[in-house]
Design a protein around this ligand. Sequence first.
Ligand SMILES: C[S@@+](CC[C@H](N)C(=O)[O-])C[C@H]1O[C@@H](n2cnc3c(N)ncnc32)[C@H](O)[C@@H]1O
Ligand code: SF4
Ligand code: SF4
Length: 333
Amino acid sequence: MKKNVRFSDMPQCAWLTINRNCNLRCEWCYAQGTKYASEMKEDLAYKIIDIIEQFGIRHVNIIGGEPTCYSSLPLIISYCKSKGIKTGLITNGIKLANNSYLKELIQSGLESVNISIKAPTKEDYCALTQNDCFENVFEAIKNLSSSSIKFIVSYVLSDKTINGYVSVLKKAKELGAKNFYISFCNPFFVNDAISNYGLNQRNIIMEFVNSYGELLEKIKQFSVHINIPFCFFPNGFIDIAKPHIRTICQLQEKKGLIFDENGDLLLCNSLYNYQYGRYNVDYYDFDTLKKYLQSNKIYKIYQTILKAPFKKCSLCSNYKSCGGGCLLRWIKE
Ligand SMILES: C[S@@+](CC[C@H](N)C(=O)[O-])C[C@H]1O[C@@H](n2cnc3c(N)ncnc32)[C@H](O)[C@@H]1O
Ligand code: SF4
Ligand code: SF4
């Protein structure tokens, strides 16, 4: 991993958290501590998009909460388009079961969609999200497949979602999905403490390793975000899986700007309560934000966060690609 801990002069990607409201209540959702309340004021969204544009960033991920619950979403997408910024939507997909709404988003200029399937069966979906919308997600995948938009299906592996995950991805594939993104449930904060969800993953790792042949055979085009230390996996597995794995996150690369619904900066979406920059306090436009990102304060924050979690990591030949896994994992272990 690069030794330089200074934030990139010119960040290359951005996330705009337009709301915290959501029509689901996923049991493992890292944002549950936000209580799913509040949203970004529309004029603030435009100001932040202006800043993003001045950084030369040409792609923004629109995220929530559930961004399709934000009534001005089509306007936000059109505004980005007018600034030459492509938009990707990160969504649970329920509202995209309505094809007219999907078409409206596409007409506004939406470039791509990341749609997540939350559970392997209808029964699990209801229990884990507190909503009976499993079929809507597949309706949405059908709509996406018959439109011209690029989309990827994402899936989070946890002890409650791993059984049958290849089958549910195959169902999406049969409806026209071509690209898949699988990740392991991350630890997250609830009430200032790290949850146990996503921490004890040895069983999930074994189940994932055992299912890997089936995944290769039935899904083929997928990537897996390995946010767990390589040394937790059986010997040799990481080498076998290399063509499909991604590891280092935007935080470790120091090149992503994540704005929350107040225009404040987050290091990571899971750290929704730890704003490292405040809109209208630390910055209010492009010049002030650029200067702020190069300040010693930010240097020190990154220096602290990006320390190797263990001495053995800094000596490990895999550290550059492994990165020690998700940083939140080490807060509790
Ligand atoms: C918080 S959601 C917001 C966007 C939208 N509501 C959705 O679910 O796609 C963003 C992404 O994070 C994933 N996610 C939520 N909690 C997670 C966790 N604890 N670990 C890993 N991924 C998580 C979701 O499945 C989704 O793909
Ligand atoms: S993961 Fe997405 S859909 Fe699920 S509760 Fe969180 S914000 Fe809502
Ligand atoms: S970098 Fe650290 S966590 Fe990753 S494989 Fe090496 S020792 Fe394990």
